[in-house]
Design a protein around this ligand. Structure first.
Ligand SMILES: Cc1cn([C@H]2C[C@H](O)[C@@H](COP(=O)(O)OP(=O)(O)O[C@H]3O[C@@H](C)C(=O)[C@@H](O)[C@H]3O)O2)c(=O)[nH]c1=O
Length: 184
């Protein structure tokens, strides 16, 4: 696993080694044991998979509030997407900063997002699939959304994104009272 840390504490790109042969490739997308040895001790309990039909479908920016907070490990199953995490840990030296990158079936890149971040993505191709592991189960009462266009993110969009009703009405970051605190 190639581990690439970022300018935001805790946020990292994980790119699994692909073992190619005459059939295609094999890769370990997550190994709890190997990642624990590398300093990432995360107990993932739920796997999610969604498909977005149109290019320019934007889901986010989402979080689950404590005590239902989720770390996530995100990858693209088919197509291409631009994935983003925003630091919302009060007191963090990088509060409000974001990191975004293209995740695709071809590049195999994964984004590891700790608790205390907003997460969202926009699809760059039709029928794009995202697959992600979560460290806490779905808790609809703790589910929250911050408006996608309120964090200064340079989304690779031409025109208006396709959004859910919930995401259209989300609160802007400036009015958001984050339930997360930076642990240092
Ligand atoms: C997230 C989630 C949704 N659902 C249901 C609720 C609803 O009826 C339907 C669609 O839910 P949503 O509109 O919230 O789906 P979506 O907008 O894809 O939400 C996801 O967005 C990305 C960016 C994330 O980071 C995820 O954590 C999650 O918030 O699926 C579950 O049953 N379990 C889950 O874990």
């Amino acid at each position: 696993m190639d581990i690439e840390t970022t300018a935001i504490d805790g946020l990292a790109f994980l790119t699994p080694k692909r073992f190619g042969d005459n059939r295609g490739f094999f890769s370990e997308s997550w190994s709890a044991e190997r990642m624990r040895d590398a300093g990432y001790d995360i107990d993932f309990v739920q796997d999610n998979h969604s498909m977005s039909e149109q290019t320019g479908t934007l889901r986010g920016l989402h979080f689950q509030a404590p005590p239902h907070a989720q770390a996530k490990l995100v990858r693209c199953g088919r197509g291409r997407l631009f994935d983003v995490a925003v630091d919302i840990r009060r007191g963090s030296p990088t509060y409000g900063h974001w990191i975004g990158a293209e995740l695709s079936f071809d590049n195999g890149k994964q984004l590891l997002i700790p608790e205390g971040f907003l997460h969202g993505f926009v699809t760059l191709e039709p029928m794009t699939e995202i697959i992600y592991k979560c460290s806490h189960g779905y808790a609809p009462q703790a589910d929250g959304s911050v408006h996608w266009d309120s964090c200064g993110i340079d989304w690779p969009l031409t025109g208006t994104p396709t959004l859910s009703e919930k995401d259209e009405k989300a609160v802007p970051l400036a009015d958001f009272d984050s339930p997360f605190a930076y642990q240092g």
